[in-house]
Design a protein around this ligand. Structure first.
Ligand code: GDD
Ligand code: MN
Length: 364
């Protein structure tokens, strides 16, 4: 059993390392795309559920973007918030006549994607940008930079890279972000990244409509939509100069991470069924990410279990190997990695019970 455990552990750590090495090479590639001065019209959609604390700052953030106001409309779509979010948004609209803002109110809450589809019906921009109420765009030209990629007709979707902020940001979250931002850019250079971010997720509206809007029966509406667009032969990219700041929850951090992992698992479990349709370069990205999210965490668990069983049967070698796996928990990157695996496994189990389509908000 010990050789099997060692093989499982080597496979578990080898897969992401090999992928990160490949990503390192991809990072050096050119984009193979042309950014241009042609500016598309844009609809910025802010989905809100009980965002009274954030909605004003979010609208201010959008208003101070350098992108020409005459090319922009904003839609706040609120799903029956009980904290007055919609009223705050309407008041903001009255105070800012220079911004074209529409407030759409759903009579009942049926999840973020359902709300996005309601907003989409009213959207007129060539490009639709989704942005979470509790996120901040890092610079005044963030939107301008993101949209400049749509000058190339091969680009179907654009997202941002993320900087964590807030009281919960130190610790595991920061290391996690650095590692994954590099991978997002590398995947984008190859073809597309299958992981998009709700802080800024931009899509060509005609492609969204061809998809029938956002999927309402899984959590990662943004990532899944981007992946469908990439499957159709368009680039779905995270450029290295478009940044967003995300508030990390003060309380309920683990629950938050598990919910997000649940959404990613739902997304990859569905996307992988269509991997054959993927343009060649995207196929390897999708296969690798699906493996890392769906299967790889369990190899680690299996290795640990086998070693624990052997150690319990009195094998000093198994006990030593198990200790070897635990000792590096003292260093942060390893701890970050192991924590991610635990979130993914907890999420897979939790998905059997609930998909978390309409979730509880963590305090930020
Ligand atoms: N209208 C509406 N209706 N908006 C909603 C609903 C809903 O039922 N549920 C959540 N939202 C809004 C929130 O108000 C917020 O602006 C945004 O959707 C994201 O929700 P958060 O509660 O902040 O969740 P998160 O930061 O953990 O969500 C992240 O991961 C999700 C996928 O796992 C974001 O990146 C989301 O965009 C992403 O879908
Ligand atoms: Mn959020």
């Amino acid at each position: 059993m010990i050789p099997a455990a060692v093989a499982l552990a080597l496979a578990h750590f080898g897969a992401p390392l090999a992928y990160r090495l490949a990503a390192g090479r991809w990072l050096a590639r050119p984009w193979g795309l042309e950014r241009g001065p042609r500016r598309p019209t844009v609809t910025v959609i802010v989905p809100t559920y009980n965002e009274a604390k954030f909605v004003e700052a979010k609208l201010d953030d959008i208003a101070k973007q350098s992108y020409p106001k005459e090319l922009m409309e904003v839609i706040v779509v609120d799903s029956a918030s009980s904290d007055g979010t919609a009223q705050i948004a309407r008041r903001w609209a009255a105070e800012h006549p220079q911004v074209k803002l529409l407030v759409v109110e759903e009579p009942e809450r049926r999840g973020k994607a359902h709300a996005l589809n309601a907003a989409l019906k009213a959207a007129r921009g060539e490009v639709v940008v989704i942005t979470d109420a509790d996120s901040t765009w890092a610079a005044e030209d963030t939107l301008e930079r993101a949209l400049s990629w749509f000058a190339d007709p091969r680009v179907g979707a654009v997202t941002c890279l993320k900087k964590p902020a807030g009281k919960g940001a130190a610790g595991v979250e920061e290391g996690y972000r650095r590692f994954y931002n590099a991978i997002r850019v590398a995947e984008s250079k190859v073809w597309a990244t299958p992981i998009f971010h709700g802080e800024l997720a931009a899509f060509r509206r005609d492609l969204l409509e061809a998809n029938g809007g956002f999927p309402t029966d899984l959590g990662a509406d943004d990532s899944h939509t981007a992946t469908l667009i990439a499957l159709k032969g368009y680039r779905a990219i995270a450029p290295d100069d478009v940044w967003c700041i995300e508030a990390v929850p003060r309380k309920g951090y683990h629950k938050w991470r598990v919910r997000r992992a649940q959404h990613l698992i739902q997304h990859f479990a569905r996307a992988i069924k269509r991997v054959r349709e993927a343009p060649g370069p995207f196929r390897k990205v999708l296969l690798a990410e699906a493996w890392l999210h769906l299967a790889n965490p369990w190899l680690l668990a299996a290795a640990a279990l086998l070693l624990a069983l052997e150690a319990a049967r009195g094998s000093p070698l198994a006990a030593a190997l198990l200790a070897l796996g635990f000792l590096p928990l003292a260093c942060k990157p390893y701890r970050t990695w192991v924590a991610m695996q635990l979130y993914l496994m907890a999420a897979a189990i939790r998905n059997l019970k609930t998909k978390e389509i309409a979730w509880e908000k963590e305090a930020k």
